[in-house]
Design a protein around this ligand. Structure first.
Ligand SMILES: *[C@@H]1O[C@H](CO)[C@@H](O)[C@H](O)[C@H]1NC(C)=O
Ligand SMILES: *[C@@H]1O[C@H](CO)[C@@H](O)[C@H](O)[C@H]1NC(C)=O
Ligand SMILES: *[C@@H]1O[C@H](CO)[C@@H](O)[C@H](O)[C@H]1NC(C)=O
Ligand SMILES: *[C@@H]1O[C@H](CO)[C@@H](O)[C@H](O)[C@H]1NC(C)=O
Ligand SMILES: *[C@@H]1O[C@H](CO)[C@@H](O)[C@H](O)[C@H]1NC(C)=O
Ligand SMILES: *[C@@H]1O[C@H](CO)[C@@H](O)[C@H](O)[C@H]1NC(C)=O
Ligand SMILES: *[C@@H]1O[C@H](CO)[C@@H](O)[C@H](O)[C@H]1NC(C)=O
Ligand SMILES: *[C@@H]1O[C@H](CO)[C@@H](O)[C@H](O)[C@H]1NC(C)=O
Ligand SMILES: *[C@@H]1O[C@H](CO)[C@@H](O)[C@H](O)[C@H]1NC(C)=O
Ligand SMILES: *[C@@H]1O[C@H](CO)[C@@H](O)[C@H](O)[C@H]1NC(C)=O
Length: 878
């Protein structure tokens, strides 16, 4: 989702390569890509066509919702169906996205609202910790509860679709600007976190929109547009092979589909040189075919670049509906009505689009939970315009409904439980009775402009508690670390002073010399590409601390031998300059904790919460250690930057392991104020049958109702008041060509209708499919692993026990995470860790059979405290 600025030049883009010949995409597997010496095999990769677009069949948990949706859609006219699919245009209504309504049936327009961490553009809401922060709790309960509470807040504001959670970007490169909105570069951790979040949001009666599908791994060039000094540059193409797609980036989307996500947002970028929102291979074949996705695919804001073709390629809803912001024109709307009338889009496809949208609505119970929209994204004023862009419909627009309930308590706890203790030379926990506490760093204090003083949080002033862009929410308050620490210390009548100007070296030195403990707060920020902060166009330019954090730490440690560093960051930062300085006695990674930031960190610093979080990414010694990076400059001579994912599945810890690079803090690492001992691994083999590929044919596409083919029945009603620049389903002429306002109207259909695209007859089922998420037998349990974990310290603690698997092949990562459990264990007691290993967990993707298989290489399971502390192991005899 983007803001006002960009959106230009999109009209110029037309559909390319949707029908291009299948060359590289499905079978392009370079078995050992990272040591290839030749130019990438992925150069200029193309995406093969796949048609027709699979129609919903009500499989899995969708049966009931499917029946209700069909009953509803059967009653609709063609115009009403079109209304469900097309946004009314940017700032046309109260929400960031709004489709048309069906007044005849009393069905109000659906409201789509950011963000993945709360309700964006609203007051009296909570600002939850970011996805990448709560991931570090490794706690399913925390993820579910956060999802449920965010869902409740959206519901109470009248939102139908929450635009979150995020598993794309996955986090291929640590510099990626929006990585923090998602969970982790590990697909299994992300997959479990996204599932729990979806269940939470949807149990609250709101549709989750899992995004961005797919390979939206950087902000630079994500959309087509002009680049200073280069002219027009097409959207970046993430070029990937089939194996990497399945084993890495698609994995958490499969979990999201299995968890029942009602909606999926397709992304801005191209994949193998075809835009993700009209890529028939990705939407029709992979998402709706193989993964059996039953809900609806929504475009990112202005990510749709063609009308007929995007519908045939599987797009179900266009956002915000206009061709570019506020043109008053649309690829759908009237054009979709026309396309059905002239036969280029079959009725069954429009019926399927509408059915999928309504099925998601019924799946989560919107028919029971919907309340009127009672806020307005474009103004916090009480009175204003119902249609902000048009300045029409003045009246009550914001009822200031306080939807926060007791969520602040859970937010405080979730952030504390997600905090990772990276180093502790007996410095922590503190007592509050330290003789002289000194706090350093702008990151400890308020933003002088207020917690919401920078538009969409597009600045790095004061303490960092969320990144910037559309993935944000307004803070109701922001408890600063300085305020919370001061409250703590003053309970004991001790001394606390602070210097929050990072460059006041004289004052820093003077204060550091007096301190018995120094708490240094540092940060690193990033966000969405439409805002540039300190030269960072969304993606980070480097992995170092911002605001000269390294110099600040160096100054304090030069004078204080008990310095505790707290990092608020969007992902990994380089700590090599100071982490092993003996005067740095403790290091905490606190991520982006949300509104209760100060209280959450104080709970950990003062020992009320024994830290149990673990890193969900690798902290490397240098940027190049990661092996992947962002493309910052468009290459000469290419319309679209070509981003070849040559590293395959080897990102983050898998890359470090493969190349024997020592990280500073590895994936999965985190300390506690107590210690744990691991023993007694036990592997029990379950009796699962052989894997059966799905076979057979689908039913034919259902057609719901009939429609008049007379254009006169679709004209604008003569007596209605039109909202300026609003997108309607009606025609302004009985001549379809004139009504389309499209100079290329009537082009021979073979130019833009791929073979088979309008065929509604039964289609072959996909072998790796068979249910939401994929073939249900992939989730058969093959082994159950247990181990004993003892707390051998003196205080209660929580340990995130991790299970890794080695798949054993020469092209496989050394180990891959496959399970985990956060155990709460009393001092002197022990607990049993239990995790299942499914068929999917032991499988590789076979490009030839287009299915999962278990290789004959020897497999091993490991149970440990991090990706490099694999304390227990056992062979897996399949
Ligand atoms: C790549 O590396 C593997 C072992 O690491 C080696 O067996 C293989 O020959 C190498 N391939 C090329 C093209 O250099
Ligand atoms: C389509 O939606 C618009 C906006 O909500 C509404 O004014 C119009 O009446 C709807 N048209 C039909 C045919 O329901
Ligand atoms: C129909 O779509 C075309 C692009 O395919 C666009 O140029 C035209 O403005 C649209 N017409 C309407 C009425 O929105
Ligand atoms: C059918 O309508 C669509 C939408 O306006 C238009 O793009 C297309 O060119 C039309 N095709 C024919 C064959 O009339
Ligand atoms: C890295 O980026 C930050 C934020 O723009 C900046 O403050 C810092 O100076 C940069 N570091 C280096 C080494 O250039
Ligand atoms: C404090 O930082 C400044 C600026 O980097 C530097 O000149 C000074 O030497 C530092 N002092 C110490 C003790 O590191
Ligand atoms: C740290 O410095 C204090 C005096 O400033 C001193 O009493 C203490 O022994 C030092 N600790 C270490 C571990 O050097
Ligand atoms: C550690 O702090 C002491 C002051 O307590 C200082 O004398 C010493 O130089 C510092 N050491 C380092 C490595 O900064
Ligand atoms: C417009 O006219 C139609 C048909 O006469 C009528 O049903 C409808 O209520 C009128 N709408 C308005 C907004 O007056
Ligand atoms: C992929 O490989 C299989 C088996 O080698 C082959 O049958 C299939 O046609 C290939 N697909 C493409 C698109 O090249």
């Amino acid at each position: 989702m983007l803001w006002l600025a960009q959106a230009a030049a999109i009209l110029a883009i037309h559909l390319t390569k949707v029908g291009a010949a299948a060359t590289l995409y499905p079978n392009a597997t370079n078995p050992n890509p990272s040591n290839s010496t030749n130019a990438s095999e992925l150069n200029d990769a193309t995406s093969p066509p796949y048609y027709p677009s699979p129609w919903m069949d009500g499989s899995g948990q969708w049966a009931d919702a499917y029946t209700k949706a069909q009953d509803f859609v059967r009653q609709l006219t063609l115009l009403e169906k079109v209304n469900l699919t097309t946004g009314v245009g940017w700032e046309g209504e109260a929400c960031v996205g709004n489709v048309g309504s069906i007044p005849r049936l009393g069905f109000r327009a659906l409201c789509m609202q950011d963000s993945p961490l709360g309700v964006r553009f609203a007051d009296y809401v909570s600002a939850f910790p970011a996805g990448g922060t709560v991931a570090a709790s490794w706690d399913r309960g925390v993820w579910y509860q956060r999802g449920y509470q965010m869902g409740m807040e959206h519901r109470m504001k009248g939102v139908d679709v929450q635009l979150g959670p995020v598993v794309g970007p996955l986090g291929r490169s640590p510099e990626g600007g929006r990585n923090w909105e998602g969970f982790s570069p590990d697909p299994v951790l992300s997959g479990i976190a996204v599932s729990e979040t979806i269940r939470g949001i949807q149990d609250a009666g709101v549709i989750a929109c899992t995004k961005h599908y797919i390979l939206n791994e950087q902000e630079h060039f994500r959309q087509p547009g002009d680049v200073a000094g280069y002219g027009f540059v097409d959207g970046i193409s993430s070029n990937i092979d089939d194996k990497t797609l399945h084993e890495l980036y698609l994995w958490p989307f499969a979990d999201a589909v299995r968890a029942g996500t009602g909606s999926i947002m397709c992304s801005y970028n191209q994949v193998n040189n075809s835009y993700a929102c009209q890529n028939s291979y990705l939407i029709n074949y992979i998402l709706k075919g193989e993964l059996g996705f039953q809900g609806f695919v929504m475009s990112d804001w202005s990510a749709q670049h063609a009308g007929v073709s995007s519908s045939l390629a599987g797009l179900d809803m266009t956002m915000p509906g206009d061709t570019a912001f506020d043109t008053g024109l649309s690829f759908w709307g009237a054009n979709l009505t026309i396309a059905v009338l002239n036969g280029t889009i079959p009725e069954w496809r429009l019926d399927d689009m509408a059915t999928r949208i309504m099925a998601a609505y019924y799946l989560v119970g919107r028919d029971r939970t919907q309340v009127p929209v009672n806020f307005n994204s474009w103004s916090l004023d009480t009175y204003g315009y119902e249609h902000p862009y048009a300045s029409m419909g003045y009246g009550l627009i914001n009822q200031h409904v306080d939807v926060r309930a007791e969520h602040g308590t859970a937010i405080r706890s979730a952030a504390a439980r997600s905090t990772v203790l990276l180093k502790n030379n007996n410095a922590l926990p503190l007592s509050g009775k330290e003789k002289f506490t000194a706090v350093f760093g702008e990151d400890a204090d308020n933003n002088a402009y207020g917690p919401n003083g920078c538009s969409d949080h597009g600045c790095d002033d004061g303490t960092l508690a969320q990144g910037w862009g559309s993935g944000t929410a307004s803070f109701p308050y922001l408890v600063t670390p300085l305020a919370a620490i001061q409250n703590e210390v003053l309970q004991y009548g001790s001394i606390i002073q602070s210097v929050t100007n990072n460059w006041a070296y004289t004052q820093i030195e003077a204060l550091a010399k007096q301190a018995s403990v120094a708490l240094v707060f540092v940060n690193a920020d990033s966000g969405e590409g439409y805002i540039t902060v300190d030269g960072n166009e969304g993606d980070r330019n480097n992995l170092t601390l911002w605001k000269d954090g390294d110099a600040l730490i160096k100054n304090v440690t030069g004078y204080c031998n008990n310095t505790v560093v707290v990092i608020h960051s969007v992902g990994p930062v380089l700590v090599d300059a100071w982490y092993n300085n003996p005067n740095v006695t403790a290091i905490l990674w606190a991520g982006l904790p949300g509104e209760q930031s100060g209280n959450s960190i104080a709970d950990v610093l003062y020992g009320r919460v024994n830290p149990g979080g673990k890193l969900t990414f690798t902290m490397g010694a240098s940027r190049t250690d990661y092996g992947t990076d962002i493309i910052y400059k468009p290459p000469n001579g290419h319309a679209a930057p070509q981003d070849n994912f040559d590293e395959g599945v080897f990102i983050d810890y898998r890359y470090f392991d493969k190349n024997n690079i020592d990280p500073i803090y590895e994936f999965g690492f985190g300390l506690s104020y107590t210690t744990f001992a691991y023993s007694n691994i036990n592997v029990i083999k379950a009796s699962a049958g052989a894997y059966t590929p799905t076979t057979g044919m689908t039913l034919e596409a259902p057609v719901l109702g009939n429609y008049s083919t007379n254009p006169a029945d679709y004209q604008f009603p003569s007596n209605m008041t039109y909202v300026t620049a609003y997108i309607y389903p009606y025609l302004n002429s009985t001549d379809l060509s004139k009504a389309s306002e499209d100079s290329s109207y009537g082009l021979p259909t073979e130019k833009y209708i791929p073979a088979g695209a309008t065929d509604g007859s039964p289609q072959p089922r996909i072998a790796a499919g068979g249910g939401p998420g994929g073939n249900p037998e992939l989730w058969d349990v093959l082994f159950t692993v247990t181990a004993t974990i003892a707390n051998n310290g003196t205080i209660p603690g929580e340990e995130v026990v991790q299970m890794y698997v080695s798949l054993g092949g020469p092209d496989d990562p050394k180990v891959v995470l496959r399970g985990f459990e956060r155990l709460s264990i009393q001092a002197g007691s022990s607990a049993t860790f239990t995790a299942d290993i499914t068929r999917r967990d032991l499988s590789n993707w076979d490009t030839a059979t287009q299915n999962w298989f278990i290789s004959s290489y020897p497999k091993t399971v490991y149970v440990g405290s991090s990706s490099r502390k694999l304390l227990l192991s056992s062979a897996l005899n399949i």
